[in-house]
Ligand binder design. Sequence first.
Ligand code: ARG
Length: 272
Amino acid sequence: MKFRKVMTLAMAAVLGASLLAGCGNSAKDTQDNAPAESTTGAAATSTVPTVTEGKLIMATNAYFPPYEYYEGNEIVGIDVEIAEAIGEKLGLEVEVQDMEFDSIITAVSTGKADIGLAGMTVTPERQKNINFTDTYATGIQSVIVREDSDIQTIDDLQGKKIGVQLSTTGDIKASEQFGEENVEKFNKGNDAVMALSQGKIDAVIIDNQPALSYVASTDGLKILDTQYAEEEYAACIAKGNDALLDAVNGALAELKEDGTIQSILDKYISAE
Ligand code: ARG
């Protein structure tokens, strides 16, 4: 009886130790190009500098399905699951903060959040203010119009009222190409789609996945066949926090390698 108890305790200790060792086997090892099975960098968890110790605060704008959106009171989606997978690797608990898309880079660069994950496109302009991790997905700018619209190509958008989400790449590109005066900027992508369906504007330029999701949930809308621009999504991290950048890149590399990223994408995006 007594013997069995001792055995159980000993086993628990061994299990605990191997779990701890497993935790340490994260970004740091990858960074040093150590084999994935290595259990050396046991201190990796505690060395990742974040705003609040033990936490990974993720800044996002939760109106961008299927990357981030509300399910009841909870924010879910591809980016949330990727953040959680990264957090697990780094021993950090993820806290999601919803804000305007326009505020994400500032929140991260001023130390209010650790990481921006928001289906955010890597652009040279943004890179002046923030660092991007390696990319984890691609996006395409799509044009949504009403089903009965006479707009068939990008050229047909000349002189039309185009809705976008403020400060997104859709906004930046549309404003450049069609003139600020023709671009109506909404805080949320769904407000732009609503305005389109109510006939207040003629088109919406937005990333393809939210476009598909909005068109599926709103009557009378369609997506033009012509694609507007192809882009790469990455997470953003404050300039100067290279330790976190390296750790997240290390975690991302492992999550790509073992198929986790792909299975998260597949869970939310059905193959066409
Ligand atoms: N990919 C576009 C950009 O970076 C749109 C991202 C919008 N994301 C969001 N969570 N609302 O500008």
